[in-house]
Design a protein around this ligand. Structure first.
Ligand SMILES: Nc1ncnc2c1ncn2[C@@H]1O[C@H](COP(=O)(O)OP(=O)(O)OP(=O)(O)O)[C@@H](O)[C@H]1O
Length: 290
């Protein structure tokens, strides 16, 4: 599903002493099937932006188009289309509430009156996507799982709705490195298999570089930079001005280029570690393993 924002602003507590402009005239297009990394300093407007996608927030001005639905300050996203947008909040495990994992994951699809067998199939499939074994976990209490497992159950609950767009607000916050990889690899796999439009809010440039094919860099309620990762990472100085890191590979390529003579310099489009290694091996003509 294609998403566009056309001159969207959002003002919290308008007309009160607490008024706060959180988004200023945002215009952007997210093509169907893309994986968008949304990066930015704390308070830059990332969560405000994504909460417009499922109707939790309404634009103060401007217009948002989600597929063929149009949202304006006066026109809400129709209820039937809300289920197309799967929004995974920060710390989604806080919203688990059922007595078993299977019931929790089934909650959304049951609310949409799907037949029981279909719900069961979706629960099984969604748990497996997030790397949990249905038979082992289905009857357990979600509250007796590890933090990482709880997070995965919560994510499965959103996937069981079979959304057309998946929006994730820092899904790996607070997890250990192994837990982060499991969650992100699961998300990336369904994004690829189902061509699912995916928006990932993250504080980690490394995560953005690994998974996203398009980046939005937010600063003070505006889009400071946007484009393919290699385009955005060329603006190393601008990113640093915004107190954002660049991925280690980008920093390394930029450092090596300062040392190498011009004709030997490395392409600045290299931003993933494995691509840099492949490039260096090719230059050295070392045959790759396997
Ligand atoms: N409910 C609210 N009422 C008033 N102001 C708010 C509200 N929610 C957010 N803001 C303000 O809007 C601005 C953008 O906040 P937002 O949560 O969208 O940023 P963020 O980039 O998601 O930050 P973080 O990375 O910390 O989650 C901030 O200045 C914040 O203080």
């Amino acid at each position: 599903m294609q998403i566009t924002f056309d001159q969207v602003s959002h003002i919290y507590a308008k007309g009160t002493p607490f008024e706060r402009v959180a988004l200023h005239n945002i215009s952007l297009t997210i093509p169907s099937g893309s994986f968008v990394g949304i990066i930015g300093h704390t308070g830059s407007g990332k969560s405000t932006l994504i909460q417009h996608l499922n109707g939790l927030l309404m634009p103060s001005t401007g217009q948002i188009t989600l597929g063929d639905a149009v949202i304006t300050p006066k026109r809400r996203l129709p209820h039937a289309q809300r289920r197309d947008i799967g929004l995974v909040f920060q710390y989604p495990e806080h919203q688990l509430f059922e007595e078993t994992v299977a019931k929790d994951v089934a909650f959304g699809p049951l609310n949409f009156d799907l037949p029981t067998e279909m719900v069961e199939a979706r629960v099984k499939e969604s748990l497996e996507i997030v790397g949990l074994d249905y038979a082992t976990i289905k009857d357990r209490s979600p509250f007796h799982l590890s933090g990482g497992q709880m997070r995965r159950v919560a994510l499965a609950g959103v996937l069981a709705m079979q959304p057309k767009v998946l929006v994730l607000d820092e899904p790996t916050a607070g997890l250990d490195p192994a837990g982060r990889v499991t969650i992100l690899e699961g998300i990336y796999r369904i994004h690829r298999e189902q061509n699912l439009t995916t928006l990932l809010v993250t504080h980690s440039m490394e995560e953005a570089a690994r998974y996203a094919d398009y980046l939005l860099v937010m600063a003070q309620g505006q889009v400071a930079l946007q484009g393919k990762p290699e385009e955005v990472f060329m603006h190393v100085n601008r990113l640093r001005e915004l107190s954002l890191d660049v991925p280690e590979t980008v920093a390394l390529v930029s450092q090596m280029n300062q040392m190498l003579p011009d004709k030997a310099s490395l392409p600045s489009s290299l931003y993933r570690e494995e691509e840099l290694i492949a490039h260096l091996l090719e230059r050295l003509s070392v045959p790759k393993e396997g």
